[in-house]
Ligand binder design. Structure first.
Ligand code: FAD
Length: 354
């Protein structure tokens, strides 16, 4: 294991040397070397320099790609482990403008992808493993490939935290949701459960009361993490009740392909009870996909990328951010697409003067 880490570190240094000695772009390099007891395996490493590289292929990344391609910048999109982003795991999207009869998440993302490619964006599979924004051009490593770019747009999104139940996975889009703003409308006069105890859970619960008959907030503790003002509002709302010290143990009914009830486990007595409901909203948090950016770029206390007011500029000139990775509040496909457009326009202005 130690050797493995050392091997990677030495290999990365060696790569830099190779590149410094050989400034040819798009070069294919093969090498082998032995340093002490560490053997560097023969590897093929390609170095490619672009005007613009976009990290992520959700609504933010693909919208940025459409705009950048139409500015003749032939952007490269690195699509990551979830091609198309979060919307690919949802069924009907009813709030994206232009689709009065709804469109499925995968269809919407397929359309964005084809539109980006049509104008000259190149989309490749792969996950960015590390970046170096201290160098110009910027360095982006994807598996064995090293890419370089004059400008970068980060659109790696955020990952909704789920309960991790098999039934939850099978019922997403069939009564299980991670987004009250998106899906509350489907639960008119129905009974729903919100899981969580923070601000998002209570905001979701209050939003849901506009449609649902009754909202039950299931929380593992006997007090909430949410701010006092939200707690007061939620507790005084006649359509909201609380199930304290309970966790969701299972969601029924996978066989019927819809939500009919939740099985709740008492955290102290471990007793199991069943509560009938028509929907489950999981509101236990989001994690921005910024792990690889730590130490490279300014992040806020929750890990979201900090962008400058009214632009998509980050703390590094030439690096821009769009979508959920820099937005802990709106978290919608249309806002992701809107900021993707802004980032591409900002990047174009930057590229035209460097
Ligand atoms: C179940 C569900 C239903 C939803 N329904 C709606 C709805 O009806 N309407 C609505 O407006 N919004 C909805 N949303 C929210 C919406 O999906 C998001 O706001 C939107 O997808 C954010 O877009 P994004 O491009 O910022 O990021 P994402 O869609 O999260 O895309 C991130 C992209 O980055 C890539 N990536 C991540 N890490 C790396 C890496 N290291 N290297 C390269 N690429 C990487 C991923 O592969 C992915 O392609 C829903 C969300 C969920 C989870």
């Amino acid at each position: 294991m130690e050797n493995c880490v050392a091997d990677r570190a030495t290999s990365a240094r060696f790569l830099d040397n190779v590149h410094e000695n050989d400034a040819v772009e798009n070069a294919s390099l093969a090498f082998s070397k032995k340093i002490g007891n560490i053997s560097l395996k023969k590897r093929r490493i390609r170095v490619m320099t672009r005007n613009l590289i976009i990290l992520g292929s959700g609504p933010a990344g693909l919208t940025a790609a459409i705009y950048a391609a139409r500015s003749n910048r032939a952007p490269l999109v690195i699509e990551g482990i979830q091609p198309g982003g979060q919307l690919t795991i949802t069924a009907d999207v009813e709030n994206y403008p232009g689709f009065p009869d709804a469109i499925t998440g995968p269809q919407l993302m397929d359309g964005m992808r084809r539109q980006a490619v049509r104008f000259g964006a190149e989309i490749i599979s792969g996950n960015v493993s590390s970046v170096d924004f201290s160098k110009r051009p910027f360095v982006i490593n994807v598996d064995n490939d090293r890419h370089e770019a004059s400008a970068v747009i980060i659109a790696t999104g955020a990952t909704a935290q789920w309960l991790g139940l098999e039934s939850e996975k099978k019922l997403i889009g069939k009564g299980v949701s991670g987004c009250a703003t998106c899906d509350a409308f489907f639960f008119r006069d129905q009974n729903v459960v919100v899981v969580g105890g923070g601000d998002t859970a209570l905001e979701d619960a209050m939003f849901l009361t506009k449609f649902a008959k009754m909202v039950t907030v299931v929380h593992r503790r006997d007090e909430l993490r949410a701010t006092k003002i939200l707690q007061d509002r939620a507790k005084s709302n006649p359509k909201i009740k609380f199930a304290w010290k309970k966790v969701v143990d299972d969601i029924l009914d996978v066989k019927q392909g819809k939500v009919t009830a939740v099985r709740l486990k008492d955290v102290e007595s471990k007793n199991i009870s069943e509560m009938k409901c028509d929907g489950v909203f999981v509101a236990i948090g989001y994690k921005p996909n910024t792990e690889l950016l730590k130490g490279q770029i300014a992040l806020d206390e929750k890990g979201y990328i900090v962008t400058k007011k009214s632009t998509m500029e980050t703390s590094i000139p030439g690096v821009f951010a769009a979508g959920d990775v820099q937005d802990s509040y709106y978290k919608q496909a249309i806002t992701a697409a809107g900021t993707g457009c802004m980032a591409a326009i900002d990047a174009e202005r930057y590229l035209s003067v460097v």
